[in-house]
Design a protein around this ligand. Structure first.
Ligand code: 1GP
Length: 245
């Protein structure tokens, strides 16, 4: 079973949680330790990516360290064609649909495609939609962020993604955002599409994670909280509240 099929299979039993690790935020060994702790807490996959300062060497080392210490899929979440690794289990082949810059919509993808094909890496086509405030992902991605009150715009992009053949839609408030994507927007997008919906950015508590899952997120992503919380207890509570929905 490939990674996408595994995710669909796991989704049929409940909602999923994914842990985002930025290779630029800690040494590879530390990423491996955090991933092992997250896997023990029940996370369904480790996403590897960051907006700045990420090199292929750092991604390779981080992926290898995570694979050595955690038995969950590793999925690349790249900011550019320079952030790939042949060692990952899969790659979000993502397009930032609401970017003002064609480079982030299809330019980096054009550069990456021949390498990805040669490696035989599994690709999961994903629409990446930046919602206000967007944080660094919005800046680096030159996004025209979807206003928090404009669920209709999010629905339009998400449906377009599905009709283009994409397999996931990611609503991103931005790493470290003061609030997650609004529940009303999550619910409207979930009701409009048939493919799984990923939601991340600004989710720091079990209550917030539960609210995002109840609104309709199939996959809830946390990054910052995992890198900061040393005890693992916060993450366990977040994952439990996602799985309880
Ligand atoms: C960022 O959605 C992810 O791409 C995670 O955000 O760091 O705020 O959890 P946080």
């Amino acid at each position: 079973m490939n990674v996408y099929q595994t995710l669909l299979d796991r989704r049929s039993h409940g909602r999923l949680h994914m842990t985002l690790l930025d290779p630029d935020k800690q040494a590879a060994g530390e990423a491996g330790r955090i991933a092992a702790e997250a896997a023990k807490s029940g996370t369904d996959a480790i996403m590897i990516g960051g907006s700045t300062g990420v090199t292929q060497e750092k991604v390779d080392a981080t992926v290898l360290a995570i694979k050595a210490s955690a038995k969950v899929p590793t999925i690349l979440f790249p900011a550019s064609a320079a952030n790939l690794s042949r060692h990952a289990d899969a790659l979000y082949f993502m397009s930032l649909l609401n970017s003002r810059d064609p480079r982030l919509i299809v330019g980096e993808q054009r550069r990456a495609a021949p390498v990805v094909k040669a490696w035989g890496l599994e690709t999961i086509p994903m629409a990446y939609l930046v919602v206000e405030p967007g944080m660094r992902a919005g800046e680096v991605g030159r996004a025209d962020p979807i206003p928090r009150s404009d669920a209709e715009a999010a629905v339009g992009y998400a449906l377009a993604a599905q009709l283009l053949g994409m397999k996931l839609v990611y609503l991103e408030a931005g790493s470290g955002a003061p609030e997650p994507v609004p529940s009303a927007m999550i619910a409207a997008v979930r009701a409009a599409i048939d493919i799984p919906l990923v939601v991340g950015g600004g989710i720091r508590t079990a209550e917030a994670a539960g609210a995002v899952a109840r609104a309709g997120a199939d996959i809830v992503v946390t990054g910052t909280v995992v890198e900061r919380a040393k005890d693992g207890e916060t993450l366990r509570r977040i994952i439990a509240s996602v799985k309880a929905v």
